[in-house]
Design a binder for this molecule. Structure first.
Ligand code: FAD
Ligand code: NAI
Length: 465
């Protein structure tokens, strides 16, 4: 690397991995620049991911509740009308405030935004739109892009990825979602609540693969109750645009009779792929795995000295908070500290109704590992607050080691599951036992009592069931 460099640290990509890493590095005294080609900072998450999707999920939930749930509370609304343009404008405002917020944080921390396309040339050297920049440490945080299906052409209007699905200007009558994963079910929920007839075509015989099976089964039942049509164990082989929309050819995954499905809008949500192309990685000799992800060691170092990678572009769950933790850990490692990410305690949340949240091992994983475990389960139906809220669907499940009582996994489907999982994550991070959770005083009446009760249940001593 050159002796005198323009920066100590240059981060490529200003998503949650990159921008958080840049801030932590600046806090630790490094001279930092962040390369971002988008017009706004914040990456996929703030611009076209986590934040806009959660804005629309909240708005569509309000719309649906006003039309369907308020009456049960004695709140009578004669007619509920949808102003989609306003809903979309609200979303855009929230995104704008968030991305501007990152710009402010860059200024506050003295981080330079190099606007343009970054390419890695080798140790210590990158280019931004062709202009050379030098740095002691180069961090690649280029994130991921939507995966495509062969033979299906995305136009972001009629056949869309999540990006187009966040921007629709009218509610489609029939929405077909390809892929029963997180994006398909969250964005399917948005448009379903606003009136679309949603059909999910999923290759596997279950939804949200990787999630605890018992939770996924309950989740599927509740989504079907809301009007979702599920075509599990099926794949889409063709999508043809017609004057009236799209005609899809759908086949059983195991082979068999093909059928056609008609849609006004098709959402392709079959996963995301690492953004590792067109940035000089092959030329610089940086090792990629079979799925195009950058290969790193336990300290986020690539095989090229001085070049590191974090977030969606490396292995592991494609989640904003995972990318952030890696960004902080790496900045600390570069400063000679002991940065570390505990991959056994990364929560995952699906922001549907009800929410689905989990941390640690699933029952299936424990069986596969041959770990002996005990289970405590508590339904929200038996929780006073859930009844008062009128939100009694779902349960909390605590999995603890049979021998030591240590909490190994917590899986929640129900109201505010995404908030409740924080307590379980803390418990796992601190190496707590189920009894530890069961002995903590939880406020009454709160949903969090269901977590305590499930923990007590691991020893057969739940109080309210
Ligand atoms: P990204 O956020 O993808 O950021 C990478 C940035 O790098 C981009 O801005 C890109 O423009 C820039 N870049 C790439 N290459 C270059 C280059 N060569 N030069 C300059 N700039 C470059 N995760 C959650 O945890 N919770 C959620 O609720 C959630 N919801 C989601 C909803 C949707 C619809 C989607 C699509 C994703 C969602 N995710 C969610 C996933 C989350 O967005 C990602 O895990 C997260 O953004 C990854 O962060 P990152 O920093 O690795 O990359
Ligand atoms: P995903 O991996 O969650 O789900 C993709 C689904 O598509 C899987 O169920 C898979 O079996 C199915 N599939 C694959 N090929 C198929 C085919 N040919 N036909 C039918 N089905 C097929 O991916 P998704 O939903 O696209 O999300 C991408 C990433 O974004 C996820 O890894 C997730 O972590 C992240 N994300 C996170 C959110 C959150 O944390 N709340 C929200 C949205 C996205």
């Amino acid at each position: 690397a050159p002796k005198e460099t323009d920066y100590d640290v240059v981060v490529i990509g200003a998503g949650p991995g990159g921008y958080v890493c840049a801030i932590r590095a600046a806090q630790l005294g490094f001279k930092v620049a962040c390369v971002e080609k988008r017009e706004t900072l914040g990456g996929t998450c703030l611009n076209v991911g986590c934040i806009p999707s959660k804005a629309l999920l909240q708005s569509s939930e309000n719309y649906h509740a006003a039309g369907h749930d308020f009456a049960a509370h004695g709140v009578v609304i004669d007619s509920v009308k949808l102003d989609l343009a306003k809903m979309q404008a609200r979303k855009a405002e929230i995104v704008g405030a968030n991305t501007k917020g990152v710009e402010y944080l860059f200024k506050k921390n003295g981080i330079t935004w190099l606007k343009g396309h970054g390419k890695v040339e080798g140790t210590g050297r990158i280019t931004v739109d062709g202009k050379p920049v030098t740095a002691k440490h180069i961090i690649i945080a280029s994130g991921s892009d939507s995966a495509n299906l062969p033979g299906i052409e995305i136009d972001e209007k009629v056949i869309v990825t999540s990006t187009g699905a966040l921007e629709l200007s009218s509610v489609p009558k029939r929405l077909v979602v390809i892929g029963g994963g997180v994006i398909g079910l969250e964005l399917g929920s948005v448009w379903g609540r606003l009136g679309a007839e949603v059909t999910v075509v999923e290759f596997l015989d279950r939804l949200v693969p990787g999630t605890d099976k018992e939770v996924a089964t309950q989740f599927q039942k509740l989504l079907v109750k809301q009007g979702f049509k599920m075509k599990l164990g099926h794949k889409v082989t063709k999508a043809e645009k017609t004057k009236k929309g799209v005609v899809l050819s759908v086949e059983p995954a195991a082979g068999g009779q093909a059928e056609t499905l008609e849609a006004d809008v098709v959402l392709v949500a079959v996963g995301r792929t690492a953004a590792s192309k067109n940035m000089g990685l092959e030329e610089a000799g940086i090792e990629l795995d079979k799925r195009g992800r950058i290969v790193t060691d336990a300290h986020f170092a690539t095989n090229v000295p001085g070049v590191y990678a974090i977030g969606d572009v490396i292995a592991g769950p494609m989640l904003a908070h995972k990318a952030e933790e890696e960004g902080v850990a790496l900045a600390e490692i570069l400063a000679g500290q002991a940065g570390h990410v505990n991959y056994d305690a990364i929560p995952g949340v699906i922001y549907t109704w009800p929410e689905v949240a989990s941390v640690g091992f699933t029952e299936e994983q424990l069986k596969e590992k041959g770990t002996e475990y005990k289970t405590g389960k508590f339904p929200f139906m038996a929780n006073g607050r859930a009844r008062a809220l009128g939100m009694t669907d779902g349960f909390v499940k605590v999995l603890a080691c049979k021998k030591t009582d240590r909490v190994l996994g917590v899986h929640i489907i129900g109201p505010a599951a995404g908030e409740l999982i924080a307590e379980a994550t803390m418990a796992i991070e601190f190496g707590a036992s189920a009894e530890d959770i069961g002995r903590v005083c939880h406020a009454h009446p709160t949903l969090s009592e269901a977590v305590k009760e499930a923990a007590l249940g691991a020893d057969g001593r739940s109080l309210n069931i």
